[in-house]
Ligand binder design. Structure first.
Ligand code: UT7
Length: 334
């Protein structure tokens, strides 16, 4: 079913914040850890380095709080005005006890309700759907959406097929009603549970509770069948973007930026080529941050914020574990 916005309230992104840890994990570092090399990693993924939150006493909430505080300071926002805090993450501080609740308390969002959203690499995209709907419903005025993942906490650093891709980071956006006329325009979101065998952490949930066997079997680290995920990611993200372009009658020439999940530079290039977008119209920071899962989209917005103007047409796209995927169309409001 097509998304139809029946609401007169336009939900807009009105502020962006971000945080990445100082510590860099370069391709040269990885060469000392697994059998790989800089040429292979750059050619096959486009990644040169990632950021890693080394401190074992800090979880995803630490980065989420920093990103939220960056946004709050820049926007000069009183946190008591925030109605809801959503944290998209696959690396919550704890499996039970929403990370978002802790983040909301720590930033002083004492009037907010808070919850985590788990849709892997599509978490932030799905979260934008949630947040914009809450604003468009008229029930809430300020929704803080954060994507934060400490991927280093679930990566097996002896598995060269996963450890080269992922990094840590967090980004945040504020959704508010806007009379600018610009904001959330359309979304096309999908999922397919048959994909869960190709990208997962098998144990630690209700299907395979933590046991001696799951620990010994290495079932608590991220597993992916990279080739299969790659193929699905290219075809489904391209299809989702095409759906958004067609039903909103967008001339690809008029797209200001494609804002794609940063999983692999070759995936991003393949989508841009199929849509017919020039490189300069594709947001990218994978070279420096790698794949930060739920944080890739807001980190891109933070990096390109100074280049954006009101009315700019942004098309988002993401694909991740589940499988989950989709695309969305947003006109920039400031
Ligand atoms: O964000 C969530 C969704 N995730 C994704 O979208 C990730 C999608 N997948 C990918 O990005 C890619 O599949 C990878 C980067 C994970 C792997 O790249 P690939 O081009 O698909 O490589 P491959 O798995 O087909 O492996 C090609 C060769 C193999 O050697 P042989 O069998 O041809 O001799 C691998 O053993 O490259 C080898 N290889 C490596 N060599 C050096 C695999 N990993 C490495 C490595 N360094 N790190």
């Amino acid at each position: 079913m097509n998304y139809i916005n029946p609401s007169p309230i336009k939900a807009s992104i009105t502020a962006v914040g971000a945080y990445v840890p100082e510590e860099r994990l370069t391709n040269a570092d990885l060469e000392t850890m697994v059998e790989t090399n800089d040429d292979w990693i750059v050619a096959r993924t486009g990644i040169s380095e990632r950021r890693i939150l080394k401190d074992p006493t800090k979880g995803s909430s630490y980065m989420a709080i920093k990103a939220a505080q960056d946004l709050i300071n820049k926007r000069n926002l009183d946190p008591v005005e925030i109605d809801a805090v959503i944290v998209a993450t696959i690396t919550p501080d704890m499996n039970v006890a929403a990370t978002a609740a802790f983040v909301a308390s720590e930033i002083g969002a004492t009037n907010a309700f808070a919850y985590d959203l788990q849709a892997a690499c599509s978490g932030f995209l799905y979260g934008m759907s949630n947040a914009s709907s809450m604003i468009a419903s008229g029930r809430y005025q300020k929704v803080l959406l954060i994507g934060s993942d400490k991927m280093s906490s679930i990566i097996d650093y002896s598995d060269r097929t996963t450890c080269i891709i992922f990094g840590d980071g967090a980004g945040a956006v504020l959704f508010e009603g806007s009379d600018s006329g610009y904001g959330w325009e359309d979304e096309y979101l999908r999922s397919d549970g048959s994909g869960r065998m190709f990208l997962n952490i098998k144990a630690g949930g209700s299907l395979f509770p933590t046991s001696k066997e799951t620990l010994e079997g290495g079932m608590h680290s991220l597993y992916q069948d990279g080739k299969t995920v790659f193929k699905y990611a290219v075809s489904e993200m391209t299809n989702a973007v095409e759906q958004i372009i067609q039903r909103n009658k967008i001339d690809p020439e008029n797209i200001s930026y494609l804002v794609p999940h940063q999983a692999n530079k070759r995936i991003i290039d393949a989508i841009a080529k199929r849509i017919g977008l020039a490189d300069e119209k594709v947001m990218s920071n994978i070279e420096y941050f790698g794949n930060t899962t739920a944080a890739t989209l807001p980190l891109l917005l933070k990096d390109y914020e100074s280049k954006l103007s009101p009315g700019d047409q942004l098309v988002f796209a993401a694909f991740g574990g589940g499988f989950t995927w989709g695309a969305a169309y947003l006109t920039w409001a400031y």
